[in-house]
Design a protein around this ligand. Structure first.
Ligand code: MRU
Length: 354
């Protein structure tokens, strides 16, 4: 398996593979301030819900490390501002807010320590989040691999791979684990208009690992299913409401409806940090609206008339009735999700995975 370093903590700052440059250029950028980290999130240098959670943690740690504050009283308002700026980057992936909250809780527990120690502890916490995310993905892979067929086609939408996480991936982690266990799978990657995470990122990532991959445009999924080429669907999630409604990249809902019509299982792979028990159902999930030029332009070239009205919601919500199972690092949740998700999220762990 190739090691893709989506993001990492370095002495110089937080280093990201620049996902806006893939697949043609493998370029890395180092953010040396929390404002630069916030900008990297907004401009999609880093994206994908679990990656955003870890990025938020590292952004907070970086902001605190760079602070000139001498006392906790000077540091506290700065800490709050760092969290506010990072929280204002993207609204849908709940992992971002989970990552910030985890740093806030850690900060609260560190009150009373010298500022230099607080800095070290926050850096260590962000690094722990990074390692835990990879471990969670590997666990999800183990739980999910058994659900996939011994052979056949698996459709995925957007990029829920190593690039969307600290490493290994959620949906692609399940596929990786299934392939490693000897399953003979062929992945169909939706290109994922308008930002093309499927063609630019998923295809790149799977090809690096020599996993058989066919790229299709989003509107081909239905006929591929009808032809019997697709035996399962696995996608990631940006936020899962308490009742199991799933927000993920726009177009996921269409895939879920098609899967149900064709009797194909539709799996969602996501860590428990993506489950938002405070949001009762999908209607309460904020959906990010992105710039219209993502739709009117393709690789900088205009493909729509000047002034055309555009809608560009980055995510949609798949009602829980379409979801066959939700694969988490703590096990597989099935309907009724109101009960299964609550018990998985509140499950006592060994203290490593939160
Ligand atoms: O806009 P993006 O690229 O951040 O959207 C990402 C997705 O929709 C992913 O499917 C989701 O975050 C799950 S990633 C493991």
């Amino acid at each position: 398996m190739s090691i893709i370093k989506t993001l990492e903590w370095t002495d110089a700052g937080v280093r990201f593979i620049d996902q806006t440059k893939l697949p043609t250029e493998e370029v890395y950028v180092t953010c040396t301030s929390y404002q630069e980290v916030a900008n990297a999130i907004k401009t999609m240098v880093v994206r994908g819900a679990p990656a955003l959670g870890v990025t938020a943690g590292m952004g907070v740690a970086l902001g605190v490390r760079e602070s000139k504050a001498q006392t906790i009283d000077e540091l506290t308002p700065e800490f709050e501002e760092i969290c506010r700026v990072l929280a204002a980057t993207r609204p849908t992936a709940v992992n971002l807010f989970w990552g910030i909250r985890r740093m806030q809780e850690k900060f609260a527990r560190l009150r009373g320590m010298p500022v230099a120690e607080i800095k070290q502890e926050l850096i260590a916490e962000a690094q722990r989040m990074h390692l835990e995310d990879i471990a969670a993905n590997e666990a999800m892979g183990r739980h999910g691999a058994v659900l996939l067929p011994a052979s056949g086609g698996v459709l995925t939408h957007c990029n829920a791979g190593a690039l969307a996480t600290a490493g290994y991936g959620t949906a692609l982690g399940v596929i990786r684990a299934a392939v490693d266990s000897g399953k003979n799978l062929h992945v169909f990657a939706d290109e994922t208009r308008p930002f093309l995470q499927g063609s630019r990122l998923t295809a790149w990532e799977l090809m690096k690992d020599n996993i058989p991959t066919t790229l299709i445009s989003d509107n081909m999924a239905g006929s591929m299913m009808r032809q019997g080429k697709i035996n399962a669907v696995v996608v990631g999630a940006d936020r899962i409401a308490a009742n199991g409604d799933v927000a993920n990249k726009v177009g996921t809902y269409t895939v879920a409806v098609l899967a149900k019509e064709h009797g194909i299982p539709f799996y969602v792979a996501a860590p428990t940090s993506t489950v938002d028990l405070a949001t009762p159902d999908g209607t309460g999930i904020p959906i990010e609206e992105r710039a219209s030029n993502e739709v009117t332009h393709l690789a900088g070239k205009q493909i729509a008339p000047d002034g055309v009205h555009v809608e560009n919601p980055a995510f949609d919500v798949t009602p829980h009735q379409y979801v066959t199972a939700i694969i988490t690092e703590r096990g597989v949740a099935r309907a009724p999700y109101g009960e299964s998700l609550k018990s998985i999220v509140n499950q006592k762990t060994d203290g490593v995975l939160r």
